[in-house]
Write a protein that binds this ligand. Sequence first.
Ligand SMILES: [Mg+2]
Length: 202
Amino acid sequence: MGLDSYLEQDNIVIATDIDEVLANYVVSFLCWYNKINGTKYTRDMLTESYELHESLGNTQKYWLSWMKRFYEEGHVQKIGVFEGAKEGLAKLAGFEIHAVTARPTLWHEHTSRWVNQEFSSIYEVHSVEGFREKGRKARKCQEIGARLIIEDGLPYANECAEQDIKVILMDAPWNRKSLPKGVARAYSWSEIPHLVHLMLEQ
Ligand SMILES: [Mg+2]
């Protein structure tokens, strides 16, 4: 698409992931877990994968039970905002921005409440339980007509890129691998507004 036709469009829909893009989920979770268990896990240790069992050991079931407890005790409501996300989103005010998260649908009400309280400009929140089956996040993006997603998870970045949805990948220890076509890496939110325009013009 040329620049002129891009500028003529209104209501361009873009999607953003929540955890590790808008919300500091894993830092909040590990701080809470460390306090209870006397461990010293950090975000930087998640180099293998964002899946905690793959980077830190223990089983997937083990970590899911701790995440369930984190949620049930209400900590999900108190997660901090990802650095620069408010300022970055404010610069994308002309777009219709949807939050598309792989979080469980069971958490949806709490997830929505947190997003609405921190980011009033988000048009709608979608919880797709993307970990259950490949392609759910990309399908939701197609359904809402999103042309681009801001994401940190490589599996989701890949499935969206396969469907010709442009991806801005927020750099994180778990995603430092080679990227497919249509995926651009950002090192902070300050780079994102410019990248969004650049990628949508293409
Ligand atoms: Mg994420």
